[in-house]
Design a binder for this molecule. Sequence first.
Ligand code: BMA
Length: 313
Amino acid sequence: MNNQAAELFRRHKLNPILTANDWPYPINSVFNPAAALLPDGTTLLLCRVEDRRGHSHLTIARSSNGVDDWQIDAEPTMPAEPDKYPEELWGIEDPRITFIPELKKYAIVYTAYTHEGPGVALAFTEDFRSFERYGVIMPPEDKDAALLPHRIGGNWALIHRPVSAPRAHMWISYSPDLLHWGSHKLMMEARRGAWWDANKIGLSPPPIETKHGWLVIYHGVKHTAAGCIYRLGLALFDLNSPERCIKRGDEWVFGPTEPYEQHGDVGNVVFPCGYTVGADGDTIHLYYGAADTSIGLATGSLSALLEWLERNG
Ligand code: BMA
Protein backbone atom coordinates (compact mmCIF):
# COMPACT_ATOMS: atom_id res chain seq x y z
CA MET A 1 0.00 0.00 0.00
CA ASN A 2 1.21 3.49 -0.90
CA ASN A 3 1.61 5.60 2.24
CA GLN A 4 2.10 8.90 0.39
CA ALA A 5 -0.70 11.47 0.58
CA ALA A 6 -1.74 12.97 -2.77
CA GLU A 7 0.71 15.68 -3.82
CA LEU A 8 -1.51 18.59 -4.82
CA PHE A 9 1.23 21.23 -4.86
CA ARG A 10 4.70 20.69 -6.33
CA ARG A 11 7.51 22.86 -5.03
CA HIS A 12 9.72 24.59 -7.57
CA LYS A 13 13.23 23.18 -7.74
CA LEU A 14 14.68 26.70 -7.37
CA ASN A 15 12.94 27.21 -4.01
CA PRO A 16 13.24 29.41 -2.12
CA ILE A 17 12.85 31.68 -5.14
CA LEU A 18 13.40 34.96 -3.23
CA THR A 19 15.42 35.62 -0.10
CA ALA A 20 16.87 38.62 1.77
CA ASN A 21 20.14 38.07 -0.15
CA ASP A 22 18.37 39.01 -3.41
CA TRP A 23 17.27 42.38 -2.01
CA PRO A 24 18.78 45.64 -3.31
CA TYR A 25 18.85 47.17 0.18
CA PRO A 26 19.53 45.70 3.65
CA ILE A 27 16.58 43.82 5.12
CA ASN A 28 15.95 41.03 7.61
CA SER A 29 13.53 38.85 5.64
CA VAL A 30 11.06 38.72 2.74
CA PHE A 31 7.91 36.59 2.90
CA ASN A 32 4.08 36.34 2.58
CA PRO A 33 3.77 37.96 -0.88
CA ALA A 34 0.60 38.99 -2.69
CA ALA A 35 0.64 38.19 -6.42
CA ALA A 36 -0.85 39.55 -9.63
CA LEU A 37 -0.46 38.59 -13.28
CA LEU A 38 -0.27 41.86 -15.23
CA PRO A 39 -1.84 42.23 -18.70
CA ASP A 40 1.62 41.99 -20.33
CA GLY A 41 2.23 38.61 -18.69
CA THR A 42 4.55 39.90 -15.96
CA THR A 43 4.21 38.23 -12.57
CA LEU A 44 4.18 40.89 -9.86
CA LEU A 45 4.80 39.98 -6.25
CA LEU A 46 4.01 42.55 -3.58
CA CYS A 47 6.31 41.20 -0.89
CA ARG A 48 6.20 41.71 2.82
CA VAL A 49 9.68 42.87 3.73
CA GLU A 50 10.79 43.04 7.35
CA ASP A 51 13.47 45.61 8.02
CA ARG A 52 16.17 45.40 10.65
CA ARG A 53 13.98 47.13 13.22
CA GLY A 54 11.37 44.35 12.92
CA HIS A 55 8.86 46.59 11.07
CA SER A 56 7.42 45.51 7.73
CA HIS A 57 6.78 47.36 4.47
CA LEU A 58 5.80 46.20 0.96
CA THR A 59 8.13 46.00 -2.03
CA ILE A 60 7.46 44.81 -5.57
CA ALA A 61 9.41 42.12 -7.41
CA ARG A 62 8.60 41.53 -11.10
CA SER A 63 9.50 38.58 -13.31
CA SER A 64 8.54 37.61 -16.85
CA ASN A 65 8.36 33.89 -16.00
CA GLY A 66 7.24 34.08 -12.36
CA VAL A 67 10.21 32.00 -11.25
CA ASP A 68 13.49 33.87 -11.57
CA ASP A 69 15.20 36.99 -12.89
CA TRP A 70 13.21 39.15 -10.46
CA GLN A 71 13.44 42.92 -10.87
CA ILE A 72 13.09 44.27 -7.36
CA ASP A 73 12.23 47.90 -6.63
CA ALA A 74 15.33 49.72 -5.37
CA GLU A 75 13.48 51.04 -2.33
CA PRO A 76 10.25 50.21 -0.48
CA THR A 77 7.34 50.46 -2.97
CA MET A 78 4.75 50.97 -0.26
CA PRO A 79 6.43 52.02 2.97
CA ALA A 80 4.43 52.31 6.16
CA GLU A 81 3.58 55.98 6.69
CA PRO A 82 2.71 56.33 10.37
CA ASP A 83 2.94 60.14 10.27
CA LYS A 84 0.09 60.32 7.76
CA TYR A 85 -1.64 57.06 8.70
CA PRO A 86 -1.23 56.44 12.46
CA GLU A 87 -2.61 52.90 12.07
CA GLU A 88 0.65 51.98 10.30
CA LEU A 89 2.68 52.67 13.45
CA TRP A 90 4.46 49.31 13.54
CA GLY A 91 4.41 48.57 9.84
CA ILE A 92 2.24 46.97 7.15
CA GLU A 93 2.10 43.24 6.51
CA ASP A 94 0.62 40.34 4.54
CA PRO A 95 -1.02 42.01 1.51
CA ARG A 96 -3.66 40.34 -0.69
CA ILE A 97 -4.32 41.71 -4.19
CA THR A 98 -7.66 41.46 -6.01
CA PHE A 99 -8.26 43.02 -9.43
CA ILE A 100 -11.66 44.73 -9.41
CA PRO A 101 -12.97 44.95 -13.02
CA GLU A 102 -15.81 47.36 -12.06
CA LEU A 103 -13.26 49.90 -10.77
CA LYS A 104 -10.45 48.97 -13.18
CA LYS A 105 -8.17 49.01 -10.13
CA TYR A 106 -6.31 46.57 -7.95
CA ALA A 107 -7.46 46.39 -4.34
CA ILE A 108 -4.73 45.73 -1.81
CA VAL A 109 -5.98 44.52 1.55
CA TYR A 110 -3.21 44.40 4.14
CA THR A 111 -2.53 44.25 7.84
CA ALA A 112 -1.83 47.61 9.48
CA TYR A 113 0.05 47.03 12.71
CA THR A 114 -1.61 49.58 14.96
CA HIS A 115 -0.97 50.58 18.53
CA GLU A 116 -3.86 48.28 19.48
CA GLY A 117 -2.67 45.31 17.40
CA PRO A 118 -3.17 44.23 13.78
CA GLY A 119 -6.15 45.62 11.84
CA VAL A 120 -7.33 45.31 8.22
CA ALA A 121 -6.53 48.20 5.88
CA LEU A 122 -7.49 48.81 2.25
CA ALA A 123 -5.71 50.63 -0.57
CA PHE A 124 -6.23 50.86 -4.32
CA THR A 125 -3.78 51.19 -7.16
CA GLU A 126 -3.91 51.26 -10.93
CA ASP A 127 -0.19 51.09 -11.62
CA PHE A 128 1.50 49.74 -8.45
CA ARG A 129 3.35 53.05 -8.20
CA SER A 130 0.84 55.26 -6.42
CA PHE A 131 -1.48 53.91 -3.77
CA GLU A 132 -4.73 55.42 -2.59
CA ARG A 133 -5.31 54.51 1.07
CA TYR A 134 -8.82 53.95 2.44
CA GLY A 135 -7.50 53.38 5.98
CA VAL A 136 -8.59 50.75 8.48
CA ILE A 137 -11.76 48.94 7.44
CA MET A 138 -11.75 46.33 10.24
CA PRO A 139 -10.39 47.37 13.65
CA PRO A 140 -7.95 45.26 15.66
CA GLU A 141 -7.56 42.47 16.25
CA ASP A 142 -8.30 41.38 12.72
CA LYS A 143 -6.19 40.22 9.73
CA ASP A 144 -5.98 37.61 6.92
CA ALA A 145 -8.37 39.59 4.72
CA ALA A 146 -9.13 39.86 1.01
CA LEU A 147 -11.77 41.51 -1.15
CA LEU A 148 -13.88 39.50 -3.59
CA PRO A 149 -13.45 40.77 -7.18
CA HIS A 150 -17.06 41.82 -7.73
CA ARG A 151 -20.21 42.65 -5.80
CA ILE A 152 -22.41 39.89 -4.43
CA GLY A 153 -26.09 40.89 -4.56
CA GLY A 154 -25.10 44.55 -4.98
CA ASN A 155 -22.56 44.70 -2.12
CA TRP A 156 -18.80 44.32 -1.91
CA ALA A 157 -17.61 41.37 0.18
CA LEU A 158 -14.56 41.09 2.43
CA ILE A 159 -13.29 37.90 4.02
CA HIS A 160 -11.35 38.53 7.23
CA ARG A 161 -10.32 36.93 10.50
CA PRO A 162 -11.20 38.71 13.74
CA VAL A 163 -9.77 37.21 16.92
CA SER A 164 -12.00 36.19 19.78
CA ALA A 165 -9.23 34.79 21.94
CA PRO A 166 -8.31 32.03 22.32
CA ARG A 167 -10.07 31.14 19.06
CA ALA A 168 -10.13 32.81 15.64
CA HIS A 169 -12.50 32.05 12.77
CA MET A 170 -13.10 33.31 9.23
CA TRP A 171 -15.84 35.92 8.79
CA ILE A 172 -17.32 37.68 5.77
CA SER A 173 -18.70 41.23 5.79
CA TYR A 174 -20.51 43.32 3.19
CA SER A 175 -20.38 46.96 2.16
CA PRO A 176 -22.23 49.19 -0.34
CA ASP A 177 -19.24 51.56 -0.72
CA LEU A 178 -16.06 49.76 0.48
CA LEU A 179 -15.93 52.04 3.54
CA HIS A 180 -18.92 51.06 5.66
CA TRP A 181 -19.01 47.37 6.51
CA GLY A 182 -21.79 45.29 8.06
CA SER A 183 -23.95 42.15 7.61
CA HIS A 184 -21.09 40.29 9.31
CA LYS A 185 -21.39 36.53 8.94
CA LEU A 186 -19.36 33.67 10.33
CA MET A 187 -17.94 31.90 7.27
CA MET A 188 -15.90 29.04 8.65
CA GLU A 189 -14.97 28.04 12.18
CA ALA A 190 -11.70 26.66 13.43
CA ARG A 191 -12.12 23.08 14.59
CA ARG A 192 -11.34 22.02 18.13
CA GLY A 193 -9.16 19.51 19.89
CA ALA A 194 -6.39 17.68 18.04
CA TRP A 195 -7.27 18.84 14.50
CA TRP A 196 -4.53 20.46 12.36
CA ASP A 197 -6.83 23.50 12.03
CA ALA A 198 -8.01 23.67 15.64
CA ASN A 199 -8.69 27.02 17.33
CA LYS A 200 -7.14 29.35 14.75
CA ILE A 201 -7.70 29.53 11.00
CA GLY A 202 -7.50 32.32 8.42
CA LEU A 203 -7.83 33.00 4.71
CA SER A 204 -4.54 32.57 2.87
CA PRO A 205 -4.60 33.98 -0.71
CA PRO A 206 -7.79 35.63 -2.07
CA PRO A 207 -10.54 33.10 -2.93
CA ILE A 208 -10.52 31.64 -6.44
CA GLU A 209 -13.77 31.90 -8.40
CA THR A 210 -14.60 28.60 -10.15
CA LYS A 211 -17.85 27.44 -11.68
CA HIS A 212 -18.31 25.11 -8.70
CA GLY A 213 -17.91 27.85 -6.09
CA TRP A 214 -15.29 30.03 -4.39
CA LEU A 215 -12.27 27.83 -3.82
CA VAL A 216 -10.58 28.90 -0.61
CA ILE A 217 -7.07 28.00 0.46
CA TYR A 218 -6.89 28.64 4.19
CA HIS A 219 -4.31 28.16 6.90
CA GLY A 220 -4.75 26.25 10.11
CA VAL A 221 -2.50 26.75 13.10
CA LYS A 222 -1.78 23.76 15.27
CA HIS A 223 -0.37 24.56 18.70
CA THR A 224 2.09 21.94 19.90
CA ALA A 225 4.50 21.72 22.84
CA ALA A 226 7.25 22.62 20.36
CA GLY A 227 5.44 25.66 18.90
CA CYS A 228 2.92 26.33 16.11
CA ILE A 229 2.64 24.57 12.74
CA TYR A 230 1.03 26.54 9.88
CA ARG A 231 -0.50 24.32 7.19
CA LEU A 232 -2.97 24.79 4.32
CA GLY A 233 -6.39 23.30 3.72
CA LEU A 234 -9.13 23.63 1.10
CA ALA A 235 -12.80 24.59 1.25
CA LEU A 236 -15.46 25.52 -1.29
CA PHE A 237 -18.14 28.21 -0.78
CA ASP A 238 -21.36 29.09 -2.59
CA LEU A 239 -20.89 31.58 -5.45
CA ASN A 240 -23.95 33.68 -4.56
CA SER A 241 -23.78 33.31 -0.75
CA PRO A 242 -20.06 33.00 -0.02
CA GLU A 243 -20.68 32.49 3.71
CA ARG A 244 -22.21 29.10 2.85
CA CYS A 245 -19.60 26.34 2.96
CA ILE A 246 -20.23 23.56 0.42
CA LYS A 247 -17.19 21.40 1.15
CA ARG A 248 -14.29 21.41 3.58
CA GLY A 249 -11.34 19.03 3.40
CA ASP A 250 -10.43 17.10 6.52
CA GLU A 251 -6.72 16.82 5.83
CA TRP A 252 -4.24 19.56 5.15
CA VAL A 253 -2.92 19.70 1.58
CA PHE A 254 0.37 21.55 2.08
CA GLY A 255 2.61 21.93 5.10
CA PRO A 256 6.18 22.75 6.07
CA THR A 257 8.41 19.80 5.15
CA GLU A 258 11.50 21.41 3.57
CA PRO A 259 14.40 22.87 5.58
CA TYR A 260 13.64 26.46 4.43
CA GLU A 261 10.03 26.01 5.63
CA GLN A 262 10.93 24.37 8.91
CA HIS A 263 13.75 26.71 9.93
CA GLY A 264 13.84 30.50 9.90
CA ASP A 265 12.62 33.40 12.00
CA VAL A 266 9.39 31.49 12.64
CA GLY A 267 9.90 27.82 11.79
CA ASN A 268 7.22 25.46 10.48
CA VAL A 269 5.29 28.06 8.55
CA VAL A 270 4.00 28.03 4.96
CA PHE A 271 1.91 31.16 4.36
CA PRO A 272 0.72 32.10 0.85
CA CYS A 273 -0.91 35.49 0.25
CA GLY A 274 -1.15 35.23 -3.54
CA TYR A 275 -1.28 33.08 -6.65
CA THR A 276 -1.39 33.44 -10.41
CA VAL A 277 -3.32 31.21 -12.80
CA GLY A 278 -1.67 30.06 -16.03
CA ALA A 279 -2.97 30.67 -19.55
CA ASP A 280 -4.65 27.23 -19.46
CA GLY A 281 -6.99 28.54 -16.75
CA ASP A 282 -6.04 25.57 -14.56
CA THR A 283 -2.42 25.80 -13.41
CA ILE A 284 -2.10 27.64 -10.13
CA HIS A 285 1.21 29.12 -9.00
CA LEU A 286 1.09 29.63 -5.27
CA TYR A 287 3.57 32.11 -3.78
CA TYR A 288 4.14 31.57 -0.09
CA GLY A 289 6.19 32.79 2.81
CA ALA A 290 8.46 30.07 4.18
CA ALA A 291 9.29 30.26 7.90
CA ASP A 292 8.72 34.06 7.84
CA THR A 293 12.10 34.26 6.10
CA SER A 294 11.90 33.66 2.34
CA ILE A 295 9.49 33.06 -0.55
CA GLY A 296 8.65 29.70 -2.10
CA LEU A 297 6.67 28.73 -5.20
CA ALA A 298 4.45 25.66 -5.47
CA THR A 299 2.37 24.70 -8.49
CA GLY A 300 -0.87 22.77 -8.69
CA SER A 301 -3.99 22.29 -10.80
CA LEU A 302 -7.32 23.89 -9.92
CA SER A 303 -9.27 20.93 -11.32
CA ALA A 304 -7.17 18.55 -9.21
CA LEU A 305 -7.85 20.65 -6.09
CA LEU A 306 -11.59 20.60 -6.82
CA GLU A 307 -11.54 16.84 -7.49
CA TRP A 308 -9.69 16.27 -4.23
CA LEU A 309 -12.32 18.31 -2.36
CA GLU A 310 -15.09 16.35 -4.06
CA ARG A 311 -13.56 13.11 -2.75
CA ASN A 312 -12.26 14.33 0.61
CA GLY A 313 -14.61 17.17 1.56
C1 BMA B 1 0.53 34.92 11.37
C2 BMA B 1 0.75 36.11 10.48
C3 BMA B 1 1.79 35.85 9.42
C4 BMA B 1 2.96 35.02 9.89
C5 BMA B 1 2.51 33.86 10.75
C6 BMA B 1 3.65 33.06 11.32
O1 BMA B 1 -0.21 35.29 12.50
O2 BMA B 1 1.15 37.20 11.25
O3 BMA B 1 2.28 37.08 8.97
O4 BMA B 1 3.62 34.52 8.75
O5 BMA B 1 1.72 34.35 11.80
O6 BMA B 1 4.49 33.87 12.11
